[in-house]
Design a binder for this molecule. Structure first.
Ligand code: P6P
Length: 332
């Protein structure tokens, strides 16, 4: 009987294609996988252990934190800070960069993460996930804030773990996108979706329609044309999905195509979009592009944005390449 390829085996085999690889990166990915297994277990038992509901605190985004936002953040930090692979971390749930405690060695990588994306869904038992991005820092030094402010094209790795009907890790290291499903019986992520590719066309869009009055005209035009269906300029009918969990939307798009949009919103000029560049848009953009899709603000490629803040927000339009290109053309 052929045993399935585990995440560890897959990473080591990919590492062999990288002559200068030291094995550090492989160990870091294993540490992230171990943290996410712990998060999967914690999230799965949320209502049993009384961890659902609000923590009655706010994060730097001004959003009310769920208890599990804080708990999962602590799991990620505690699982990674001792490993000796990191020079620092950034989390959606923590205002400033997280330093590596003095008693631990510092490594060369920087980890940026949203520990529990879509947590507004946690109390209603819908899919949520962890999103992570890995950059290179200054080996052995305490990372400063500016060390994190790198364009998305500088990422060495991006991934997300989906806590849904099954727990899955979707990963890219710049050599395509692969999906691993957690085999609960053995506690290993095993390769189940090799070399994922996004269809270039789609008939499915994802957007929060309740914000329609705040969109700019190119987005209004695009959605209006989709809504006109086969009688309109697109000559085909569209379907809509909105899970309010980016990890779920992106995974669906990886499996069957689609376009996801959280566009520029005229409500608050200080918040050009809702989603955060460094630990949501950039990692998802890297994955989407590696699977043959596109990821834009409507005016520029997300991965080429020069960051000015670790928590900055951007408009996000990602998914099937031909649809994203169409929306971008409407912005020109
Ligand atoms: P809304 C979750 O809070 C999130 O950051 C993304 O995962 C999701 O796509 C979006 O916000 C949902 O936003 O405004 O529809 O609740």
């Amino acid at each position: 009987m052929s045993t399935q390829t585990t995440l560890t085996q897959f990473i080591i085999e990919q590492q062999r294609n990288v002559p200068e690889a030291t094995g550090d990166f492989t160990l870091l990915l294993n540490d992230i996988a171990a943290a996410c297994k712990r998060i999967a277990h914690t999230v799965n038992r949320g209502s049993i252990t009384g961890m659902l509901g609000s923590a009655d605190t706010e994060n730097v985004q001004g959003e009310t934190q769920k208890q599990l936002d804080i708990i999962t953040n602590d799991i990620m930090v505690e699982a990674l800070e001792w490993t000796g692979h990191l020079a620092g971390m950034v989390s959606e749930e923590v205002d400033d960069p997280i330093s590596i405690p003095e008693q631990y060695p510092k490594g060369k990588y920087l980890a940026l993460f949203d520990p529990l994306d879509g947590s507004s869904n946690i109390d209603v038992n819908l899919t949520v996930g962890t999103i992570f991005s890995i950059l290179c820092g200054q080996e052995g030094t305490d990372a400063k804030l500016e060390d994190f402010l790198q364009e998305g094209v500088k990422q060495v790795c991006a991934g997300f773990v989906l806590y849904g009907p099954s727990t899955m890790m979707i990963l890219t290291t710049g050599q395509g996108v692969n999906g691993f499903t957690l085999d609960q019986d053995v506690g290993e992520f095993v390769l189940t979706h090799q070399d994922m590719k996004i269809p270039e066309d789609t008939q499915e869009f994802s957007i929060n329609m309740s914000n329609q009055r705040f969109w700019e005209s190119p987005v209004q035009q695009y959605i209006d044309e989709c809504m006109q269906g086969e009688d309109g300029p697109r000559n085909k009918n569209f379907n809509m999905r909105w899970v309010a969990s980016m990890v779920a939307e992106v995974y669906r798009i990886l499996t069957r195509g689609g376009i996801f949009m959280y566009p520029l919103d005229k409500r608050d000029p200080n918040k050009p979009g809702k989603l955060r560049l460094m630990y949501e848009a950039n990692p998802m953009g890297f994955i989407i592009e590696q699977a043959g899709g596109a990821c834009s603000t409507g005016r520029e490629r997300i991965l080429e944005i020069s960051p000015n803040d670790i928590h900055q927000r951007v408009p996000v339009i990602l998914g099937s390449k031909n649809e994203v290109d169409r929306v971008v053309s409407y912005h020109q």
